[in-house]
Ligand binder design. Sequence first.
Ligand SMILES: [Zn+2]
Length: 224
Amino acid sequence: MRAAVARGLSEVAITDHGPRLRFGLGVRDGDELLRIRDEVDAINAMNPGITVLVGVEANVISCEGELDVPKEILDQLDIVLCGLHPQAITKTWRDAVRLTWENTAIARLSNRLYRRAREDNTNALVAAIYRNDIDIITHPGLWLPVDTAALARACAERGTCLEISAGHPYMTVEFVKVAAREGADFAIGSDAHRPERVGELARGIAVAEAAGLPPSRIINARHD
Ligand SMILES: [Zn+2]
């Protein structure tokens, strides 16, 4: 929060990873998100000149689009992000084959499996978008390939944004153009992971500008 104030931000969202991520990368459980909720409510009440939003970056854990945070918890957060992560602990073995194994380097050696992985990844994300109230899909296409146009169509229909991640260099201008054409809006995220990188958005802004995206299509841009 102090880093965000120093950067001149008027709002910052704290969105830790959901609990079903390997290597202890995420929150322990939904209760931890509620504890963060309480802490942030106290900070906001002190009025430090910035609004802190509480959120989560939930994991998709099944081909049917289920998330690793229950709806009762999501309803108490200000912002819900969701992404596909190869480190996610899926719900069933079938989900593990389709959302984890198919996306491994070995499976990538087969064109047929690559196409199937792309289809399964896209279907899982689209199912998640229709099943849950998601504000932003994080780093679409990072690590796991997706069908950009199909994903963007679902986003446009459900009012879900696509993240332009300034923290990962993978995102192309072409991706943004294809998604924008389908009517999806965007959020530029720092994916900071550390206070020093909070508000570091330059790379994302450059991609948005190169794609000709107006500020009105970016939910966290100032446009008056
Ligand atoms: Zn992520």
